[in-house]
Design a protein around this ligand. Structure first.
Ligand code: PLP
Length: 393
């Protein structure tokens, strides 16, 4: 009998994948399923980025690269950070990783151990909690509340810090809620953290280019007071519609450079070389495709929110970022996961139940509007019909 170490009993799956797998299986059986479950842009990677990847292969970039990434990409990331956040970052602090998740994995491995507490947003990206549990650390959920516009509450977060807290994970714009934490709240959070110098901060800014209604994305990199303990997470997956290329990058504070490099050397060695060259084209090339994609998401966002607010017993705050809506369905009388299952099986609409993102997700569904306006309209029609006719199960 094979025996993996016990910590694997604690590692989770991304529950949302089960819904997506079921949606795919139903579609394969010929069922007409509208998929609002998937958390990835429904746009192709812009052509000039694809060409740069192909060119890199043709030019012979087939070997290992430095574990931390090729210098021109690390420089391009530093330029991107300067352009978008107005902050100087040394390319030496930048690390290229195979996707945003890997930065998360590395940071949580560095700080997670039995006895340590790690704070993370709930509802939030499910991998945070899963990885924290894997390390044996205690996961401490920071409630993310609808009445706060699904922003982080500095007060509530700071109140959860103890002398055992090693890492605080924040995410804005947020998955699954679309919440964006406003500057005043980030200011208050950073100010409060001054009293807790032993707490590292992981800022997941993977949706940083996607905000709406003039809402600004506030990067934690812009706060010099916590730069010596901030891990910044970003990547190409969402901004450049490159989820399958596996390209992310992070900025590490000096004391963690060596640990981060060693983790890379001991695991993935380096990101696929051609992908890294494509990343330079993404960051340094024209940003029109990004702007067009965000404009399309904005239009669909309005459709989704208007449509959801017209459904019986459903209400939806207007998300300010990412490409998710997180409607409140508590008044329908359904438990959120049962509703998601019934919507898929009976109405052919794939959405994710809020509890898949944490205990505070009960009473909500997550809809991704990374789908066509036409499909969004079809999904909303089906949901309306379902909720009008079907008694809660
Ligand atoms: N962080 C958040 C909040 C996400 O929603 C996702 C993907 O859905 C990631 C990180 C991971 O991104 P990547 O595909 O680059 O690993």
């Amino acid at each position: 009998m094979l025996r993996v170490v016990p910590s694997f009993d604690r590692i989770g799956d991304e529950n949302a994948f089960a819904v997506l797998a079921r949606a795919a299986a139903l579609a394969a059986q010929g069922r007409d399923v509208v998929n609002l479950g998937i958390g990835q842009p429904d746009f192709p990677t812009p052509a000039h980025i694809v060409e740069a990847g192909i060119k890199a292969l043709r030019d012979g970039h087939h070997g290992y690269t430095p574990a931390v990434g090729i210098p021109p990409l690390r420089e391009a990331v530093a330029r991107d950070i300067h352009r978008r956040h107005g902050v100087e970052v040394s390319p030496d602090a930048v690390m290229v990783v195979p996707g945003g998740k890997v930065t998360m994995f590395m940071a949580i491995l560095m700080f997670g151990a039995p006895g340590a507490e790690i704070l993370y947003p709930d509802p939030g990206f499910p991998i945070y909690r899963s990885m924290i549990e894997f390390t044996g650390a205690t996961p401490v959920p920071v409630p993310i509340r609808e009445d706060n516009g699904f922003a982080f509450s500095a007060e509530e977060t700071l109140a959860l810090l103890t002398e055992r807290t090693r890492l605080l994970i924040v995410n804005s714009p947020a998955n699954p809620t679309g919440g964006v934490t406003p500057k005043a709240e980030v200011d208050a959070l950073v100010e409060g953290l001054a009293a807790h110098p032993g707490v590292a901060v992981l800022s997941d800014e993977i949706y940083g280019t996607m905000t709406y209604d003039g809402e600004a994305h506030v990067s934690l990199l812009a706060y010099p007071g916590i730069r010596d303990r901030l891990i910044y997470l970003d990547g190409a997956s969402k901004t450049y519609a490159m989820t399958g290329w596996r390209l992310g990058w992070s900025v590490w504070p000096k004391p963690l450079h060596d640990a981060a490099r060693k983790l890379a050397v001991n695991s993935f060695s380096c990101v696929n070389a051609a992908t890294q060259w494509a990343g330079i084209a993404a960051l340094d090339g024209p940003q029109d495709d990004v702007a067009a994609m965000v404009a399309a998401f904005d239009r669909r966002r309005r459709l989704v929110v208007e449509g959801l607010n017209r459904l019986p017993n459903v209400s939806c705050v207007t998300p300010k970022g990412a490409f998710y809506a997180f409607p409140n369905v508590a008044r329908t009388g359904w438990k959120a996961k049962a509703l998601a299952t019934a919507l898929l099986d009976e109405a052919g609409v794939a959405v994710i139940g809020g509890p898949d993102f944490g205990i505070h997700g009960e009473g909500y569904l997550r809809l991704s509007y990374a789908n066509s306006a036409e499909n969004i309209a079809r999904a909303l029609d089906r949901m309306r019909q379902f909720l009008s006719e079907r008694a809660p199960g």
